[in-house]
Design a protein around this ligand. Structure first.
Ligand code: CA
Length: 233
């Protein structure tokens, strides 16, 4: 469950979006102006913000810019909503610091899909508790990987990849599936990219002799397997 702040002054849209987000299991806060939105953010940092461009008083664009300048809110994922369809507007929205951009009228299914993608990409720490298999531990809250207490150094993509594989262990995942679940948005990413990161992940696990836990399933993809223990050992 993620905490999502919806900043939208049109009550009907705010209501529809928040209803769908609650349905998807999220905790939703609403704000109808930039001032209310700032008060919400000051009170509690959300995991993601859906921000309408056109607000009474200060615009969503100015608000996004302000949040990007502040240390506390710099990393906040923001999806902008707008009635503007000009390419220049889209660029202005992204330049102001929005991570994604949706033109009204939009389908709530598409908004939910974009939110899922952004949450996966930007906030692995919302993915939950520490996972441990055969003394290999992944703690998403502090992005730490340890093997028998010894810390291993992983890049952010390798970290997300390992966390996904461990939380879905023993199952075979195709490259396409991994791109969808680990990368989130993969329109411009080739499947070969997965192989590159799997190799890096194995290299990172090698000092702890855990590299063989990432198994290649020929012609299909990859899976995380428990180590085969010798019963006499
Ligand atoms: Ca509006």
């Amino acid at each position: 469950m993620s905490r999502i702040l919806v900043v939208e002054d049109e009550a009907a849209i705010a209501e529809l979006v928040s209803l769908n987000l609650r349905h998807a299991g999220h905790d939703v806060a609403l704000a109808a102006s930039a001032e209310q939105a700032q008060a919400e953010v000051d009170a509690m940092l959300p995991d993601l913000i859906v921000l309408d461009w056109m607000l009474p008083g200060q615009s969503g664009l100015a608000l996004a810019r302000r949040w990007r300048e502040s240390q506390r809110t710099r990393e906040l994922p923001i999806i902008m909503l707008t009635a503007r369809t000009q390419e220049a507007d889209k660029i202005a929205g992204l330049d102001a610091g929005a991570d994604d951009y949706l033109v009204k009228p939009f389908s709530t299914q598409e908004l939910l899909a974009r939110i899922r993608a952004l949450l996966r990409r930007r906030a692995p720490e919302t993915l939950g508790a520490t996972v441990t298999i055969d003394a290999l531990s992944v703690d998403p809250s502090i992005r730490r990987v340890t093997a028998q207490g010894r810390e291993l150094r992983l890049g952010p993509t390798e970290f997300r990849l390992l966390h996904y594989l461990m939380t879905h262990a023993e199952r075979v995942h195709s490259r396409k599936h991994l791109l969808d679940r680990v990368w989130g948005d993969h329109v411009f990413i080739e499947e070969r990219t997965v192989d590159v990161h799997v190799k890096r992940l194995r290299d990172a696990l090698a000092p702890a002799q855990r590299e063989s836990m990432i198994e290649t399933v020929r012609g299909v993809g990859y899976r995380f397997v428990r180590r085969r223990h010798d019963v006499t050992a």
